[in-house]
Design a protein around this ligand. Sequence first.
Ligand SMILES: *[C@@H]1O[C@H](CO)[C@@H](O)[C@H](O)[C@H]1NC(C)=O
Ligand SMILES: *[C@@H]1O[C@H](CO)[C@@H](O)[C@H](O)[C@H]1NC(C)=O
Ligand SMILES: *[C@@H]1O[C@H](CO)[C@@H](O)[C@H](O)[C@H]1NC(C)=O
Length: 647
Amino acid sequence: RWLLGLGLVLGFQLSTCTAFYLPGLAPVNFCEEVEEIGFCQSSVALFVNRLDSVESVLPYEYDTFDFCHDSGKKRPSENFQVLFGERITSSPYKFSFNKTETCIKVCVRSYDPGNKDERNKLAFLMKGIQLNYQHHWIIDNMPVTWCRDMESGQKYCKTGFPIGCFITDGSISKHDCIAHPEFNKKNTFYLFNHVDVTISYHREKGTNRSIARLVAARLDPKSYKHSDENQQTCNGPPMEIPREHTNKLNVTYTYSVKFEENKNIKWASRWDYVLESMPDTNIQWISIMNSFVIIIFLSGMVAMITLRTLRRDITRYNQINSSEDAQPDFGWKLVHGDVFRPPKNGMLLSVFLGQGVQVFIMTFITLFLACLGFLSPANRGALMTCAIVSWVLLGTPAGYVSAKMYKTFKGANWKTNFLLTALLCPGIVFADLFLMNLILWVEGSSAAISFGSLIGILGMWFGISVPLTFLGSYFGSKRKQFNCPVHTHQIPRHIPPQSFFTNPIVGIIIGGILPFGCIFIQLFFILNSIWSHQFFYMFGFLFLVFIILLITCSEATILLCYFHLCAEDYHWWWRAFFTSSFTTAYLFIYSIHYFFTKLQITGIASTILYFGYTMIMVLIFFLFTGNWGSLKCFRILAFIFNIIRQE
Ligand SMILES: *[C@@H]1O[C@H](CO)[C@@H](O)[C@H](O)[C@H]1NC(C)=O
Ligand SMILES: *[C@@H]1O[C@H](CO)[C@@H](O)[C@H](O)[C@H]1NC(C)=O
Ligand SMILES: *[C@@H]1O[C@H](CO)[C@@H](O)[C@H](O)[C@H]1NC(C)=O
């Protein structure tokens, strides 16, 4: 029945997760203005995302800067991405399909040094240039890419382009500015106030009209002074802003757009060109191979131990047969009367196990759907929505497992157990989010979510997740406990002094290394995708690595658990949990390393944000690895002690 319930939840999950994706799936047909009728449209709208920078974690909305703004604001349909600062708005750049335009004026901004408001706006723009903030533009649900030729002759594309360039006293500091030799004055800001947009389309076969779908959008940012107010030519000297300006300054924003037919790219595969410029997949294969070697090594160890134990058992059995007198027990069999003794702090462990189940199934569903392509990068925010919705709906398994484990640990206070399961870890995450939001709010960043959204999250937590957890807890506490195959003795057995290698702490520290070794290259890509604002799309790889992580976690835990039981140390519950979840400690150390080596973040707020989000990631990781390792260990121990009892 429990499985059926889970199946239903999964089915519901699948439908909701895909439903979120559907709006982004349908292609839009374009045709020229004269041909426009119901099923095709001629206007090509450009949307703008928030601006971000590798040198600062704080993203800012497009409107925070003094660029050209759209008068009639509208947002494309979005879901939870507001939570993560992705606020996409319309822009005043509006094109008409298949209509080439050259040097069209969008707006003029003037800055008078005498006006305090205008002076501040210009100062903010200059700060944005200095911190290398990047525009992210979107056409037809696709990122607009900026491609450059590298010295090696290869093309390098990215999905953002800088606001401008700042030339310091020394040479050109920013990589993005090297291609502009005309930026030559020191201590000067250069603004990209012009873009050359190229939109590629694919003509649809089988229609009686000229219908096309957009397959790629590229742009090239330029800087022009536009000295003539009414007659733009789009050539001449660059738009420069001196560091100390005393004269009135006018900035004219312009664009040129052209359309070209592309016969090769089909609409269905239009994302490939964005992804082509992404990091090489070779290194991924190396990391996967590396992980496989570790898995084979560990599996070999586990198999060897199983065989050895079996052989020993058979020998013993034969000896009993030949010489009637019973051989005394040895090794891990000695502890059979203590091995299922409930651990200390059984309440906390059962709460962790319950929440581990919730987080584990959430991760599994999200990665599985992403791997099948339901949550492609084309639909921004779908991944987060799916994860949050799954988590909220998975309260029942969490409550059930937690209550049942608690009963197995001979606990009697199932209501406290339920409250802790429903509130402990989500409470920590919420407090963390709330604090970060407070900081973002003070900083005026667009990543801050509104008070309403916070209430919405609280509502989902207390309105859906907590009742579902209660349901699970109630049924879990009414069911029988997990039955242990061997009887637990009244008096605990004395544990002999342990050697250095069977010391629990040493075991835990060693146990976490292997799983971490399997995932750490993948981790680099994930951190890059989150913090350096690159797309992460290799969900197939990620899913494989997730499976590998699970296998190594369980094998390392079982192996160390076996060694400890051989040394007659039977306190395995917490040790198994920590052996597996100690991977998280390495993950945390790696995040710190990443912070100092790969990100150029300065500023207290950004640092707090980085570590705030890292804490959430670490907590999730801790729960699911610990849960997985200790439950697998429990199953194996139940299995082998069951065999012994039958002998
Ligand atoms: C052909 O054009 C007519 C309108 O002229 C339209 O109603 C019909 O749907 C079109 N057929 C196809 C296959 O697009
Ligand atoms: C776009 O314009 C070009 C030249 O004006 C024309 O040859 C082409 O057929 C047009 N494409 C579409 C899809 O209307
Ligand atoms: C800036 O623009 C205003 C009108 O928008 C115009 O009166 C002024 O002359 C311009 N200044 C310069 C330096 O071009």
